[in-house]
Design a protein around this ligand. Sequence first.
Ligand code: AHR
Length: 551
Amino acid sequence: MDRRYFLKTSAMAGAVLVFSNRPSWANSIDARVEVFVDEELGKIAPEIYGQFTEHIGGVIYDGVWVGENSRIRNQYGIRSELVERMNQIHVSIIRWPGGCFADSYDWRDGIGPAAKRPVRTNFWEGNEGAAQLHEKGPQIFEPNTFGTNEFMRFCQLTNAEPYVAANLRSLPALEFDHWVEYCNSPAGSTTLAQMRGAAGFPDPFNVKYWGVGNESWGCGGNFAPEEYASEFRRYTDWLPTYGIDLQLIGAGPNGNDIDWTHKFFEEIFTDHPYRNPHFAGWSIHHYASNLSRGKTRDWILGKGDALKFDLVDWYELLRECNRIEQIMSDQWAIMSQYDPQHHIKLVVDEYGPWYREGTELDPSHIFGQQVTVRDALATALTLDAFNRNSDKVSVATCAQLVNNLNALFLCHQDRFFATPNFYVFEMYQSHQGAKSLRAEFSASDVHYDRDGKPASFWGLNGSASRKGNIIIVTAVNPDLNKSLATQIALNGASATKATGTALFNSDMHAHNTFENPNNVKSSSLSVDVTGGMVNVTLPAASVAKVEISVA
Ligand code: AHR
């Protein structure tokens, strides 16, 4: 089976970042971080700390939406505990309504009085998990209770920017214009603005971020890149702006498919160049899904398990996630040829591990999976890669917020808990809006046996940023067995004080459950400041943050 037709195999192999062996300074310390305080790499867009929500399984219904008359605490039908937790980590942007669902969605179905909204077949009804459900709920028949108004309310409650993915496969281009008009036309100005007003939202939503289709090489229309380029022109040219600096995001490749990006940009920028200043983003999806170590490229068979895994699987998952940096670099290089000033940035709007079914908390949670400390490290190393590439990445949204792949939250009915990923986002939020700094992370590689052959993975990596007089360093120690006595030196400044936070667990399978919701969470990490440098021991298999005040 390949992913082009059913979320198919992402086959490109990426390079692994390899760090040098133990340097000569390392007598009493195992690792060193050097932060170059005067070497700024660019502002870390708060929007790279975003989340993705799709009408699939238990994400919207059960996850976000519980209904106004629910006994579950809610605001306007939206789960209060979720909103409160999201506010703790300052979710900057939320992508909706898909995913693949977006290209089957008619936005008109989700506006107007809830009782009059039509019930439609959900894009995911054919999914094996959905087909087995006894109760044919929203996983199969979409009730449209949660539509544009409800999504905007969700964004307002969480202070997040809305990022709306428009339907390019199955609605005409004029409907894209009209959705923008519904969201952004001034109060009372158009019939659609009046309909919005009648729903209690007279003021425009001012939606800036718009996806132009999703995975248009696959579920979003199965287009050839040249065809998609021509559709992209048609859907985006002369879209009404209402004075908003719209950010239109093109549907990027399957995995790291170079050909898709090349041909799309060739078509858009040569012969009859398309000059739309609002074309500002190129989407990348990277799922760490094939953990077979080269044994198969089958989309299903290649998957690993969220909870049952051994030491090799631990490193394999981290390696797969780590490929994101190579993908960003390869895609950026192609875009450089056509857009040398890089007006168009990378938008990584789906990322995370994707395991086989079986650990979802409820059968209705299609693509639901448990989240262990391994996934927390994978998420952290991905966010570090975004921080290091802050000049390239303008938006990133984790797939997906709740009851899905790399979730921050798992819940069912009135039970709710935060996964280890939540604590990563909680730690890393300090980077939002900060200036990314060049930093070198040095430690011996981790060595392990990979099917009888020696394999290695970097021993320490991370990112650094600056906000005023605070330097923020986040790092991942992937070694399952070894803590790292680490020295953090600031090139160009001197540390006066520091605080540390870390997430780790001696059990690599550790995760949270309804019964034990606080099994994995972050805790404070002891740090020492001596001679303007910071000394800290990074526990084995950990994500850590050190915040340093500088003179
Ligand atoms: O996140 C689940 C699915 O994965 C999305 O709908 C699709 O865009 C991707 O293939």
